[in-house]
Design a protein around this ligand. Structure first.
Ligand SMILES: Cc1cc2nc3c(=O)[nH]c(=O)nc-3n(C[C@H](O)[C@H](O)[C@H](O)COP(=O)(O)OP(=O)(O)OC[C@H]3O[C@@H](n4cnc5c(N)ncnc54)[C@H](O)[C@@H]3O)c2cc1C
Length: 261
């Protein structure tokens, strides 16, 4: 069974800062990690490998420094790693990112059975790339997936909603987006770290990818961030302990005072 896991290297903070001119993330001086949902995706793939035996290829598109994230995934137990990196692919929105990653998957493992992405990246936060990769590869997709099992040619998993869950079955090849809180990723092993740093990472540039020019990089991005500014952080607010009658009277008075009522 061939499993592909797509990971993104993200700043190790929720306080992402944007360059006010280029509207891209300020990465200098910010340590980088594997996106939490993607680490869960790696763990789901490793659990399938433990149970059924599988070959896991981890793929990321990013700056050359993203190889550190790939080596961590190898040290956790993935088998092969692919870094898609080329200046011409820079500034990509989710459409261009997903088109490029989909073409990389086709290039390195055309006979894949299962693709696992994270539900969402903690920096761009769009949750769009996973389902878009499935669209480019014409695959069925289940998002917000956990409790992933493989039975013959089918995958069964739980799809989470805010207020309920569904048990779903889908025929492979397919794509699942994994949710971080559903599993605890294993740690890298000392042996795994040693092997990972001796392993060759496959590098793919634009010329190795069968993807249309109009679907890559900033030029191939239908969405451009034209203006970005930090949100005004609201004050802490007022806390009051009042009985219901006093409380509702106080609330109405405050809303009248603030011309809300
Ligand atoms: C503040 C901000 C706002 C943005 N808003 C938009 C927007 O509204 N629309 C838009 O199109 N673009 C937007 N972008 C650009 C977008 O972040 C990038 O295209 C990014 O590479 C992918 O989107 P994401 O971070 O939201 O990932 P998500 O769609 O949240 O990622 C979901 C999953 O896809 C996989 N994945 C994502 N990126 C990669 C990668 N580079 N390599 C391998 N796998 C990957 C991972 O498994 C990840 O968990 C924004 C960027 C920033 C910084």
């Amino acid at each position: 069974m061939n499993i592909i896991v797509c990971i993104k290297q993200v700043p190790d903070t929720n306080e992402v800062k944007l360059d006010p001119v280029k509207h891209t993330l300020i990465r200098d001086g910010v340590s980088a990690i594997i996106n939490p949902d993607d680490k869960a995706g790696i763990e789901c793939a490793l659990q399938l490998k433990d149970k059924l035996g599988a070959h896991i290829t981890v793929v990321t598109m990013g700056l050359p420094a993203a190889d550190v994230a790939l080596r961590e995934a190898l040290a956790m137990g993935c088998d092969d790693a692919v870094l898609v990196t080329d200046r011409r692919l820079g500034g990509a929105d989710t459409w261009a990112t997903s088109a490029t990653v989909a073409s990389a998957v086709k290039a390195v493992c055309p006979n894949f059975d299962l693709i696992i992405t994270g539900r969402q990246a903690i920096d761009g936060d769009t949750a769009q790339v996973g389902p878009e990769i499935a669209e480019h590869l014409k695959l069925p997709v289940i998002s917000y997936a956990s409790d992933i099992k493989v039975d013959g040619g089918n995958v069964t998993c739980t799809r989470s909603y805010d207020d309920r869950t569904h048990k779903l079955k889908v025929k492979m090849p397919c794509l699942l987006t994994a949710i971080g809180e559903a599993t605890t990723p294993r740690y890298m092993t000392p042996g795994g770290i040693f092997d990972a740093y001796n392993k060759e990472i496959k590098i793919l540039g634009r010329d190795q990818l069968d993807v249309a020019e109009e679907n890559i990089g900033l030029k191939g991005s239908p969405t451009n961030v034209v203006k970005s500014w930090p949100k005004d952080m609201k004050g802490a607010g007022v806390k009051k302990t009042l009985d219901p009658k006093e409380g509702s009277a106080w609330l109405v008075d405050s809303m009248v005072e603030k011309h809300i009522l």
